[in-house]
Design a protein around this ligand. Structure first.
Ligand SMILES: [Zn+2]
Length: 191
């Protein structure tokens, strides 16, 4: 028997078969069968599950290469999720809250380049994204300024090169004239 991920999740979090049946709209027998498959003990009465979503979060992450973390819990529409207090929560805002000590503004989404990463600190909220765009705009403006400065420098260098070339040509002509003068002085003009 394949155990549904969300049922397994609640079983491991210590919920009773009845509580799971209620939360997930399944038969209590299904929850009981899943419990047997997973070899989990009967839920203690009065056990309310993990204290906080953060507790649940930390039980469902696994470090992976590159300093990222992957989700070992279930996904809803491809988004790492968990159940807490009878509600589906997504892992990203929880990771965001762990990293920043506040709830995200708008959606928190992975910003580290690894799909579905759940490592706290690897997410950006709407305000972060706006700031990142502003920074990118500043960098672009700065690059435009640099390009303009480079063009000005290039023009000035070309101008200086032309001026030097003119000076060299002028000096060469003067030298030629001097040689002509000496030649005629020594050997006499027209001989
Ligand atoms: Zn990451």
């Amino acid at each position: 028997m394949k155990v549904r991920a969300d049922i397994a999740e609640l079983l491991r979090a210590g919920h009773s078969n009845r509580a799971i049946a209620r939360q997930l709209n399944v038969d209590a027998k299904t929850a009981a069968a899943a419990r047997a498959v997973l070899g989990l003990p009967k839920a203690k009465s009065g056990y309310r599950g993990a204290a906080t979503p953060e507790d649940l979060f930390w039980r469902r992450v696994r470090p992976v290469d590159g300093g990222h973390m992957e989700w070992t819990g279930f996904n809803v529409c491809g988004t790492p999720s968990l159940r807490h207090g009878g509600r589906n929560l997504t892992a990203y805002p929880i990771a965001y809250r762990i990293a920043h000590g506040r709830a995200p503004e708008g959606q928190a989404l992975p910003s580290c380049g690894r799909d579905h990463c759940v490592k706290p600190g690897h997410h950006a909220d709407r305000a972060d994204r706006v700031r990142a765009q502003d920074r990118a705009a500043v960098v672009r403006a700065w690059a435009r300024g640099l390009k303009k400065a480079a063009r000005v420098l290039e023009r000035e260098r070309a101008k200086a090169d032309r001026a030097r070339e003119r000076e060299r040509a002028k000096a060469a002509r003067a030298q030629e004239k001097r040689v002509d003068y000496l030649y005629s002085a020594i050997f006499g003009a027209g001989e």
